[in-house]
Write a protein that binds this ligand. Structure first.
Ligand SMILES: *Cc1c(COP(=O)(O)O)cnc(C)c1O
Length: 383
């Protein structure tokens, strides 16, 4: 069969994912590893990542944000545990049972309704309580805990909460971890309170990637890494803190490359404008390559006149505004570029590399957003 030729595609390295999983499992040191595949697996492609995870020893658990993501993971064949991190509409709660999910609960009316549904099915429902320790996002305060304990007592199939978790507010973006310690103290105090209320959780979990990498005491019985699975550091500060602790940078490698092709070549004289808004004007004769990538695909318009792509192992600057579906790059100094020549937007070409962090710096955002914005419509190829 002839291989399909794409003009815009994402390659995922199965071997790199395996090595990242092995690193995470080693870091977790025997604890349960629940990896995050929310946001279309951080833009990598939920179905592809879930399918690859099925083949990785040590990962029997994923976390998702929404019911829709959970349904997509089940449709892709994921039969193991799923923790649902985000909110569910009251009207959709039956899907929690149907899809066999473990919801993270932070609202009493939701917990009651789950209790009633579990009475109906007569099957134990594993729930997790999200504790409010200082992030002030989703979470149950210590004052509310007795009311939650009351609901757990009323519904036998809820039993005790299977898990209790929290999320750190300030662990990635700083090398000062005082607030993280304050939250951890709150968490331990609230778990003790749960114990007194006879709703002691079986597993405690607080560790996203940064916490897992930097703080052994955040690991408890279960860890919830996300971005590190895909090969990225949560931030420069996390990497710096890791090095200051004596760590070496061989933990993770990016599994994703984003590629396209040159679909038109043109020669412009000096003083020609390029693209919408006439924001770039050539100062000398210029050779341009047009490529079918735009902000629709997740290539931020902020990258206009600012970013680079790789062609034939060299950096070509983006000229003019990034359009909805197209953009132009300057290849004047790159010899031998042909029509349908491969372009690398994220990834390596020869000795040159453009990372999600480079794109994030140019677009004034973070690697998480660059990845999460990659359009789900781009074909994903596992290599
Ligand atoms: C996204 C998320 C994680 C994973 O965070 P990373 O920084 O990507 O490792 C963990 N826990 C919760 C609650 C999350 O929402």
């Amino acid at each position: 069969m002839k291989k399909p030729v794409h003009l815009n595609w994402i390659e995922l390295s199965r071997a790199a994912l395996r090595r990242n999983v092995a690193s995470l499992v080693k870091l977790a040191g025997g604890r349960i590893v629940a990896v995050s595949v929310k946001a279309n697996a951080y833009g990598h492609g939920l179905a592809e990542v879930v399918t690859m995870l099925h083949e990785c020893p040590g990962v029997g658990y994923i976390t998702v944000h929404s019911i829709e993501e959970a349904a997509a993971a089940r449709a892709a064949g994921w039969v193991r545990q799923i923790m649902l991190l985000g909110p569910v509409a009251h009207a959709s709660l039956e899907a929690v049972i149907d899809l066999d999910l473990e919801p993270v609960v932070f609202d009493r009316t939701i917990l009651k309704k789950l209790g009633r549904l579990s009475n109906r099915t007569k099957k134990r429902l594993k729930t997790h309580l999200k504790l409010e320790t200082g992030t002030h996002r989703q979470g149950v305060t210590d004052k509310e805990l007795p009311l939650f304990a009351e609901i757990y007592r009323q519904y036998p199939y809820l039993g005790r909460p299977y898990g209790a978790g929290m999320h750190f507010a300030n662990i990635e973006d700083t090398t000062n971890h005082a607030y993280a310690q304050y939250q951890l103290d709150n968490f331990e105090r609230m778990v003790k309170l749960m114990q007194q209320l006879k709703i002691k959780p079986a597993v405690r979990h607080t560790a996203s990637s940064a916490a897992l990498i930097l703080f052994e005491k955040t690991r408890f019985e279960l860890v919830r890494p996300g971005i590190s699975l895909y090969g990225y550091w949560p931030s420069k500060e996390t990497y710096l803190s890791y090095l200051l602790q004596g760590g070496r940078n061989n933990l993770f490698e990016p599994i994703l490359s984003w590629k396209s092709r040159v679909t038109q070549l043109k020669q412009l004289p000096a003083d020609s404008f390029v693209g919408y808004g006439c924001s770039f004007r050539t100062t000398s004769p210029t050779r341009l390559a047009v490529t079918p990538i735009g902000y629709y695909d997740g290539y931020d318009r902020e990258l206009s006149n600012r970013s680079y792509v790789l062609i034939k192992g060299k950096r070509a600057p983006v000229r003019g505004r990034v359009c909805m579906n197209l953009m132009m790059t300057d290849i004047t100094d790159i010899r031998g570029v042909r029509l349908e020549e491969e372009i690398t937007l994220i990834g390596r070409d020869g000795s040159e590399v453009i990372t999600a962090e480079d794109i994030a710096d140019w677009a004034k955002t973070i690697n998480y957003e660059v990845l999460a914005r990659l359009s789900p419509a781009i074909p994903r190829l596992v290599v």
